[in-house]
Design a protein. Sequence first.
Length: 294
Amino acid sequence: MTDPMHVFDRRAVRRHRDRAAGTADAVADILADAAGRLLERLDDIKRDFNSALDVGGRGIVAPLLRARGIETVACDLSAAMAARSAPLAVAADEEALPFAEGCFDLVVASLSLHWVNDLPGALIQLRRALRPDGLLLASLPALGSLDGLRVALTETEAALTGGAAPRVSPFPSLQDCAALLQRAGFALPVADVEDITLLYADPFALLRDLRAAGECNAVALRDRRIPPRLLFPAALDQLPRRDGRAVVTLRLAVMTGWAPAASQPQPAARGSGRVSLARILGDDAETDPAAPST
């Protein structure tokens, strides 16, 4: 447990997804909403994709890609979950992908990379699996996702026991996501946010949905003891309400990046600009012969 990269218990992640292979249909609408928002990005791209890799799509993403005429291979840490995307589905660890370089035109990872310990390394492997000018589309929960649940559990457990264990996974910020794409060597990286708001008449249904999707706590330092009996009822009672229903926000960081290719737009060489930035901005500095040019 001294390894700073060991944030998540990957064996627990696999167990949760094994179990969720039989229950994911219960949350298919939520998963399909998230996947649809991600794949809408393809509608704005004027090119064809012939082959795709679906990473952790839970049987939702691969059929959507195939419906677009894209031959799709699906992979998942859990063999049982991968089987939901058959045919052309394999069990594979996102931290040690088995694919050769340049296999795919497109990689889609919808809500599947947030339990990876070495996220920079996983992104590098995904970039290598792409052909030059291939596209990565990925979404993962970002900072702010499930905040109401996180705060309620922490405050309630502290009041009951005098301390609090991590019960909701840590999520990256939007800035972290953009930096990760650059670090992994993607060209033209973009990261933006989409919010999905869920309303629950029965707050306990939130916990059932998380379990059905395979999203139970897999933080390596989680408390393995049985939680206090009052913890979850008291915490769920503190969730924000709208019209009498509990409000839960999923804040998704949507990441797009391209495998580098010579045909892509390249930045101009430093100092090659011929127009004064001050002139564009209408700054008095345009009269200064030392003013920088763009």
